[in-house]
Structure formats: C-alpha cells, structure tokens
Design a protein around this ligand. Structure first.
Ligand SMILES: O=P(O)(O)OC[C@H]1O[C@H](OP(=O)(O)OP(=O)(O)O)[C@H](O)[C@@H]1O
Ligand SMILES: Nc1nc2[nH]cnc2c(=O)[nH]1
Ligand SMILES: [Mg+2]
Length: 160
C-alpha cells in the first residue's frame, strides 16, 4: 500500500481533464471513446463533451480476484471499438500498468490517455497530464468526503 496520499478535488480533476482535452484536439477526431470502468468514466465524459464525441464504449477489467489469483480479466468487451482504430481509450490513472496492458492488447490501434501516471505505468499510456510518485495513493473525488475537524483552539483547550 502507498505511504502518502494525494487528494484530487472535483475542480482539479475537471481542470486536468480539460488540459488533456486540449492536447487531444490535435490527435483526433476520434470515432469514439472507450472508457475503462469505473475510474475512466468521469474523465471520459468530460473529454467527450470537450471533443464533441458521442460514441462512448466501455471496457471493464478486473485485476484482482481471489479465484483467478490476480490474473487480469476483461469482464465487459468494448465491442463497438473493433481493434481500437480511431478510438481514444480513457482511464483515470496508470499505476502498475496492468490494466492498461490488458486494454492495449485488446485495442492495439487505440490511443491511450489518462489523467495521472505513476512511473511504472507511464510507458503504457500515450498521454497523461501529471506524474505522481509510485508510493503515493491518489484519492479521487469519488473516494472521499469532506469531514468536520475541530478548530485548533478547541483542540488546545482539550489538551489534544
Ligand atoms: O495500473 P494499475 O495498477 O492497473 O492501476 C490502475 C487502475 O486501477 C484503478 O482501477 P480499479 O481496478 O481499482 O477499478 P475501478 O476503476 O473500478 O475503481 C484505476 O482506475 C485504474 O484503472
Ligand atoms: N484511487 C486509486 N486507485 C488506484 N488503483 C491503482 N492505483 C491507484 C491510486 O493511486 N488511487
Ligand atoms: Mg480503474
């Protein structure tokens, strides 16, 4: 497990997705977008809006499962994307690169883009917005919720 956390807010995620969209403008137009569920769904929706792309497919890869002993498995095939030619594949991040490798094998002609990349996974993506250290766990907005924290003065009064 990672030792530090990087919290990404909705605003930051939206900004980063728009930055990615600007780069992608010169790489398209795309026949469609393949979102890697579930983390790629929201980035894919933002990119689809910016790039005016209405054909959205999805692929679902399960990378950890006790019965299959960790062998990655495609549990939903992106049938409409063929071999990926003319398609953009979108995920939220690449970490070990295992998910990206499986998706690339299935869609060898697609362009692969994600928002964040850790060093090990970086070679598996064609484009990313920001690099994150390998030992950092990215907390996406859908992973978190705002919490109450006591004021400093109150903590001091309590001797905490
Ligand atoms: O490079 P990797 O080591 O494969 O890790 C990256 C993948 O892990 C996360 O998905 P996860 O499988 O946790 O599922 P989710 O998208 O449904 O949350 C993330 O959304 C990427 O798809
Ligand atoms: N939320 C989240 N999921 C991951 N899956 C693989 N690496 C990560 C990460 O850093 N954050
Ligand atoms: Mg995922």
């Amino acid at each position: 497990m990672a030792t530090t956390y990087a919290t990404v807010t909705w605003d930051q995620l939206h900004r980063d997705a728009r930055t990615l969209a600007e780069t992608l403008m010169s790489k398209g137009p795309f026949k469609g977008i393949v979102a890697i569920t579930r983390g790629g769904l929201i980035p894919a929706a933002i990119l689809a809006r910016e790039l005016d792309c209405r054909l959205i497919e999805s692929i679902s890869v399960v990378t950890y499962d006790e019965e299959s002993k960790g062998t990655p498995k495609i549990i939903k095939d992106p049938q409409a994307a063929g071999d990926g030619e003319g398609f953009l594949v979108v995920d939220d991040l690449v970490d070990s690169g295992i998910t990206a490798r499986v998706v690339r094998e299935r869609l060898p002609k697609a362009l692969f883009a994600c928002l964040y990349a850790k060093p090990t996974g970086k070679p598996l993506t064609d484009l990313f917005v920001m690099e994150v250290p390998q030992d950092t766990w990215v907390l996406f907005p859908w992973d978190t919720a705002p919490l109450f924290i006591a004021p400093l003065a109150k903590k001091a009064t309590n001797g905490n």
